[in-house]
Design a protein around this ligand. Structure first.
Ligand SMILES: [Zn+2]
Length: 106
């Protein structure tokens, strides 16, 4: 599993994401900072969505989004920021509705 510290090292401002945005789901815990990870809704207009459950997304500055998580680790349940990191697309877990459902390595 890729830890939050490693996710923080990844470049957020890229050619396909010049504003350095994070994309996070409205209805599950899934998030990413890579536009290539986004799903598309089946029904036109095909808007970006969670690639697992099709939830619509919010977006925010990726570094601020991660910082706000670090400022409030209790929000992510007993696994804290490990659950937050596990929910990033890069870790490949199917999205969950609850932070406590993520598998993390302790
Ligand atoms: Zn989802």
């Amino acid at each position: 599993m890729i830890e939050l510290e490693q996710i923080k090292q990844l470049e957020k401002r890229t050619e396909d994401n010049p504003e350095g945005l994070a994309f996070y789901s409205a209805q599950c815990c899934w998030w990413t900072h890579r536009p290539t990870d986004l799903g598309r809704t089946m029904i036109p207009p095909q808007i970006p969505c969670c690639p697992h459950c099709g939830s619509v997304l919010y977006q925010a500055d990726a570094e601020k989004f991660i910082q706000s998580a670090e400022d409030n680790p209790a929000h992510y349940g007993p696994h804290g920021l490990k659950a937050f990191a596990a929910a990033h697309h890069i870790n490949g877990q199917k999205c969950k509705r609850s932070w406590t459902d993520y598998k993390v390595e302790d």
